[in-house]
Write a protein that binds this ligand. Structure first.
Ligand code: UDP
Ligand code: MG
Length: 325
């Protein structure tokens, strides 16, 4: 298996307008760096012409590897397939929508050469909708930083560079790609962050947003329960647990207020039963969710299962059909 210096991994879901521009820009930057490289486009079940375009690039350019999923498995699954396919000593991940700038790559590489294992981009001047994206992600970033003890400003930025020994040791699925720096700290990786450019999306639409969250929630309660339970138990059990816990806490706080400030007796109120019930079952559901999540991971890992299925790969200008998952 021949080695290359750099592998650039890009998940692609309906980016037909962006692909040609991205490819040109990226090639320019990579040629200038002067190391051997490969560009891995992972087509995550696009319904537009993205795969046709990737196919064309990879059949004419030996630097391009095209990986085609059987259906849409999500950005994290696509990244994980890219990591598995990558032959580079250093793996760079980025988005396929031109929001990340290939021109930042040399700076990420400098820090890897200085000895860091992971260099994470920080979209200091983020060009996404404030209320639906930037604000929720600031809150999430603050929380992740507190919880994991790995302090970055911007976990969600896709533009990152990894030393491949570190990247290949990480198992991830669901929405976990943003936790890779934190997970890798557990295996002793040196992690750092640098500000990178961020551009507004010009072509195509973001696949995420507040409306998507609502849709996901509705789906989740109805049809998808059984389906999703397989891969996302923490989200379903933990999510409903969190709602119950919040409700229960609110009810109990209200009752404490009634007792303290109004001096009324609360012992015989039906609300007390509901509050206590919600509170306790909330905690129970969250714990069950965590256990289920661990079991799911063990299930996948023990069978070497992957959270995606590949239909075909084009490498060295040759098409192989794989159907591997
Ligand atoms: N993406 C993907 N599968 C999905 C959703 C997104 O491969 O199910 C890709 C998408 O094509 C893009 C990257 O992941 O290259 C980031 O997606 P997007 O730009 O929609 O996210 P945002 O920048 O809004 O966070
Ligand atoms: Mg984007």
């Amino acid at each position: 298996m021949e080695k290359v210096d750099l592998s650039v991994v890009i998940p692609i879901y309906n980016e037909e307008e962006n692909l040609p521009i991205l490819y040109e820009k990226l090639k320019d930057v990579l040629e200038k760096i002067g190391k051997s490289y490969e560009i891995i486009f992972v087509n995550d079940g696009s319904t537009d012409r993205s795969w046709e375009i990737i196919k064309e690039f990879s059949l004419k350019d030996p630097h391009v590897v095209g990986v085609n999923f059987r259906k849409n498995f999500g950005q994290t699954a696509a990244m994980s397939a890219g990591f598995e396919t990558a032959k580079g000593d250093i793996i760079i991940t980025m988005d396929g929508d031109l929001q990340n700038d290939p021109e930042d790559i040399p700076r990420l590489l400098e820090l890897i050469e200085e000895g860091y294992d992971i260099v994470s981009g920080w979209r200091k001047d983020r060009k996404d909708a404030f209320l639906s994206r930037t604000l929720p992600s600031r809150i999430a970033n603050w929380l992740i930083s507190k919880v994991t003890g790995v302090h970055l400003h911007d976990y969600g930025c896709s533009l990152k560079a990894y030393r491949s020994e570190v990247a290949k040791n990480l198992d991830f699925y669901g929405e976990m790609h943003r936790f890779l720096p934190a997970l890798s700290k557990a295996i002793g990786a040196k992690v750092t962050e640098i500000p990178v450019k961020h551009h507004p999306r010009i072509y195509g639409k973001s696949k995420y947003g507040i409306s998507r969250t609502f849709k996901v929630l509705l789906d989740l309660i109805l049809v998808k329960f059984l389906l999703d339970y397989r891969t996302k138990p923490l989200r379903i059990l933990g999510g409903s647990g969190a709602v119950l816990l919040l409700l229960g806490t609110a009810v109990l706080l209200y009752l404490v207020g009634v007792k303290l400030f109004l001096g009324q007796d609360i012992g015989n109120r039906p609300l007390l039963i509901f509050g206590t019930l919600f509170f306790l079952s909330g905690i129970q559901l969250i714990s069950t969710g965590i256990v289920a999540e661990l079991i799911t991971r063990t299930y996948y890992e023990s069978q070497g299962k992957r959270p995606y299925i590949i239909r075909e790969i084009i490498r060295n200008q040759k098409l192989e059909t794989v159907n591997r998952g």
